[in-house]
Design a binder for this molecule. Structure first.
Ligand SMILES: Nc1nc2c(ncn2[C@@H]2O[C@H](COP(=O)(O)OP(=O)(O)O)[C@@H](O)[C@H]2O)c(=O)[nH]1
Ligand SMILES: [Mg+2]
Length: 652
């Protein structure tokens, strides 16, 4: 009964992914067995497999400190350990953004990035590429004590001078709150770590779940990586309020600005009202308690601009306790199951849809390609058979005549091949032009020059202009790239048409492609920049420069990421455009050679006609069998893709 709905749904989703991976592996094995695989196809399959197995589900928890984020994570995901895994107690416990994940290539450990790295402009994602910069503490998953102890390390703090804290962007001399936090000796405690990654083989993490626990709201504004990258890209964000505290102004700001999104409303953004157990007053009856709760939800909903049913009241603490003690009544009362249900419903189906769409197109393309090759082989053999059967009972002259005809065909085709080579060279010219526009090199130059302008800028206006130009230029390059892409596509269309008319190759429509989706990603980043730029400035007035460069580096690293994806996609597209033509040309050339060869042998009487005919008939049959098998594989893949595991009831 006390089953975790989210965990269950996520496992089902993982099963689906596993089934799909299996079906793709089967297809690949079959291609290898039949010697139908080549390096390019294999690379595409490998990429598809990698993408599927690296598929992650990111869930972030955001709130002012002490609202119970860590406790809620414990209650939803880690109750199975029978203890409170993430440290949760009064006061600030989570000091730095903490990612919980499992990467099997790394040891079970906590990796922590020192707070001093805040002095550099590099983003935390960039630091992820340099494990040396992190402190690593290993722990033993089988010992709760060892785990809890290791996890505590993440929340360690140390006293530093006010000047130092200011440099890290963790102290604002104009803030009354910050002044209150000073120690007696004038120092201030800052977190030892800027970011932590906890790597351990929990079943959900193994399946690709990544949980992000963030410290208080203050930290969110000072780490642009969170607002520009991690929160917008998380598949779900849970924003936690507490029933024993009214909604504060900074909560409203953070919710509106970074989470609910003003213009791009997203799925999977949930508001949670925690600590409802505080309202469980034994002197009041159920009705009164419910009334009080509804009143609170209503006022919070108004402040956040939500409907009341979009706020989920829970008690993380009681939920955790109930799960540990297997107390179903208390669990129901904690209302954690309702939150889990909503979370999984918003999260998993839409995630599955995206993965399915991406995989489906690629699989269709690969199978169609295999089919084209087999079809070409089949009709080639068929032609030969027609030719040879026509020779039955004919004299040597006819055979010689036939041989000459094939020779002419072959010569014609070889001329066609020259044209194909010429096409290849124009194709690579276009490709080069495309990569001058969209390649990583030119992007780096562009980022570099923008950075220079910004560093040398002494006015906000100059900085803003540099940023505006940065995005303007990116956009215009994307638009020009689309023109290039169109030209390539048109050229290939013409070529396919010609080859199909002149040499009877199968006409296949090259897939369409546009940079629209990257333009959208860039537009999203530009919006984030426009919305966050001013606020970022207000937060730490005298740290403008550090924050501006940090802000820019984060944006730039996101842009670089978009470009990396775009470059990979474009490379794949270029392959998908030219590959079917290449393989058909290769196949056709081979067949002409075989035709010529077999007629020659009959002419020279090395083979008898009947032997050759029955040999070809056997080949024809085996190709037919391959086509049937391919069709079966296609059906299996379709089933694996469509598989919707009905929860509980009879599934496929
Ligand atoms: N009464 C009550 N206290 C809670 C609940 N969830 C968390 N707390 C307490 O609130 C404090 C802060 O919790 P913690 O998870 O560390 O909050 P975080 O800073 O948001 O991660 C701790 O003392 C928790 O025991 C709850 O559902 N009910
Ligand atoms: Mg915490």
């Amino acid at each position: 009964m006390a089953e975790n709905n989210l965990a269950k749904q996520f496992s089902v989703y993982s099963e689906w992914r596993k089934g799909l991976l299996g079906a793709i592996c089967n297809y690949r094995n079959w291609l290898n067995e039949q010697e139908l695989n080549d390096a390019q196809v294999d690379q595409r399959i490998q990429q598809l497999l990698d993408k599927l197995s690296e598929d992650k589900l990111n869930v972030a928890f955001v709130a002012e400190f002490s609202r119970g984020k860590s406790e809620l994570i414990n209650a939803i995901f880690f109750a199975g350990y029978g203890t409170r895994l993430l440290p949760s107690s009064a006061g600030r416990t989570t000091m730095c953004p903490t990612e919980l994940l499992y990467d099997k290539s790394k040891p079970t450990s906590i990796m922590m990035l020192p707070i001093e790295t805040r002095l550099s402009d590099a983003t935390t994602s960039e630091y992820k590429r340099y494990p040396d910069e992190w402190k690593t503490v290993t722990f033993d998953v089988d010992s709760n004590e060892s785990m809890v102890k290791a996890f505590k390390e993440v929340s360690s703090t140390k006293p530093v001078s006010v000047q130092e804290a200011e440099k890290y962007g963790l102290y604002d001399p104009n803030s009354a709150d910050d002044a209150l936090n000073l120690n007696k000796d004038g120092t201030i405690d800052v977190p030892c770590w800027r970011y932590a990654m906890i790597n351990f083989p929990h079943p959900l993490l193994e399946q690709g779940l990544v949980i992000l626990d963030t410290p208080g709201l203050n930290a969110i504004g000072t780490e642009p990586e969170l607002t520009i990258n991690m929160l917008p890209n998380a598949h779900a964000v849970l924003f936690i309020l507490a029933a024993d505290q009214g909604v504060t102004k900074s909560e409203i700001d953070v919710w509106r600005q970074y989470i609910s999104g003003t213009r791009w409303k997203q799925k999977g953004r949930l508001a949670v009202m925690n600590k409802i157990d505080g309202l469980w007053d034994e002197l009041k009856n159920e009705k009164e308690i419910e009334k009080e709760l509804n009143r609170q939800i209503k006022s919070s909903a108004e402040l956040l601009g939500l409907e009341t049913d979009q706020i989920f009241p829970v008690s993380a603490q009681k939920g955790l306790l109930a799960k540990v003690n297997k107390d179903d009544a208390l669990l129901a009362k904690s209302r954690i199951p309702e939150l889990e249900k909503a979370l999984s419903e918003q999260l998993i189906p839409s995630k599955q849809e995206i993965v399915r769409d991406n995989t489906e197109n690629e699989i269709d393309d690969l199978i169609t390609n295999s089919n084209i090759i087999l079809d070409a082989r089949f009709s080639g053999i068929n032609e030969q058979l027609v030719e040879l059967r026509g020779l039955r009972g004919k004299n040597e002259d006819v055979v010689e005549h036939m041989m000459n005809k094939v020779k002419v065909d072959k010569e014609n085709f070889e001329k066609g091949l020259q044209r194909f080579q010429a096409l290849r060279s124009i194709f690579s010219q276009h490709t080069n032009r495309l990569f001058t526009l969209l390649g990583m090199e030119s992007l780096k130059v562009h980022v570099h020059s923008t950075r220079e302008t910004m560093i040398n800028a002494s006015f906000t206006k100059t900085i803003r202009e540099a940023m505006d130009n940065f995005f303007l230029e990116l956009k215009s390059r994307m638009v020009s790239s689309d023109t290039q892409i169109d030209e390539i596509k048109k050229m290939m269309d013409v070529m396919y048409e010609k080859f199909s008319k002149e040499h009877g190759l199968r006409k296949s429509e090259p897939p369409a492609f546009s940079t629209l989706r990257y333009q959208k990603e860039l537009a999203k980043l530009e919006r984030a920049y426009k919305e966050q730029f001013n606020t970022a400035f207000n937060m730490i007035a005298n740290e403008k420069m550090t924050l501006t460069t940090k802000f820019f580096e984060t944006l730039a690293s996101r842009v670089i990421h978009v470009y990396e994806v775009a470059n990979r996609d474009i490379e794949n597209w270029l392959k998908a455009v030219i590959a079917p033509m290449e393989s058909q040309v290769r196949e056709h050339q081979l067949q002409l050679r075989r035709r010529l060869e077999s007629i020659k042998r009959i002419y020279k009487a090395t083979d008898t006609l009947e032997d050759r005919i029955s040999e070809l008939e056997a080949i024809e049959k085996s190709i037919q069998a391959q086509l049937d098998e391919l069709n079966n594989l296609r059906m299996h893949l379709k089933e694996a893709l469509a598989f919707v595991p009905a929860s509980g009831a009879a599934a496929a």
